[in-house]
Design a protein. Sequence first.
Length: 319
Amino acid sequence: MTDIVSQGARFGAAGLFRLPLRVHPEDDEPILSLLVRLSEENRFTKVCSFTRLIRLPTAGIHMVAERPVHLAALAAASGLTENRLQYMQYQRVSSTHVAWLGRPIHRSLVHSKHRRWCPACLEEVPYHRAAWDLLPIGVCHRHKLALACLCPACGNEVGWPGKMVACRCGGDLRRSPHRPVSESAAGAVRDLLEWLWVDAERGAEVMVLATTLGWLSNQGRCEPPYKRTLRQSLDRRAQDLEIGWAALQDWPDGFNEYLNRHFPPDRAQWPFVRWLGRRYQGPLKGEMSAAVTARSLAAGRSEHRAKEFCGPLHADHPQ
Ligand SMILES: [Zn+2]
Ligand SMILES: [Zn+2]
């Protein structure tokens, strides 16, 4: 580690460490990305050298993303408020949900241990986007590229080794191959992220439904639950989302047509078909009907399309 004390780092009145160089967090940046950027900016060779100083876990820093940790020392070091830092965490808000950019979302949808990234986004502005931590998302809708999840040099999964654009082996993540996706796959992700932003609970539900429908249609058989889908490859996931999202257009006609096509009457008693029917043809039908229509999406867009985004449409985080 460089001698950062001689660079102007100091310990404040409460004995809390303060970094000489500050970093401005992006609106849709999760806390692990901030830790890495602070560490890099201040010339630490490893993130754990920095987290040790501020009393955060030194082993497995991905735990900082989701576990309750004391943020006072990080707040003092970074010059950010604890509220702002908490917003960047995926902390549990109930037994089933975590907060994703302040929005409650089922915890099975969020994964931050291993990184996924769009090489073009990293090239433009090198920080990690919170949308990349959502498991059903396999596409950058801005660049219409599939997300990468393996280092282009060593072929391994990439954790949080201490460099925003590099793997532990030194491989440059911005050099990951560009794998274009269809217009409709990118559109599905853009629409679903917008929905998630406006109404997290329902948006997440529809995201899961779309992924599940796409997966089922590809499988040609009936096997719940959607969690299996989430472990599949990113390419496959992007395709699933695209197909499932298409099935949800023109609600409920498109959905009924999807059911008829993939689940003819002789399969009506399959457990998953019954589950799907109960869940989405029953009590949710009215709400889905209102929510899935192009009208409500269009209304949401005109109201919230403040700026192009990967995660949030506009900043609503605490200062
Ligand atoms: Zn991108
Ligand atoms: Zn590597």
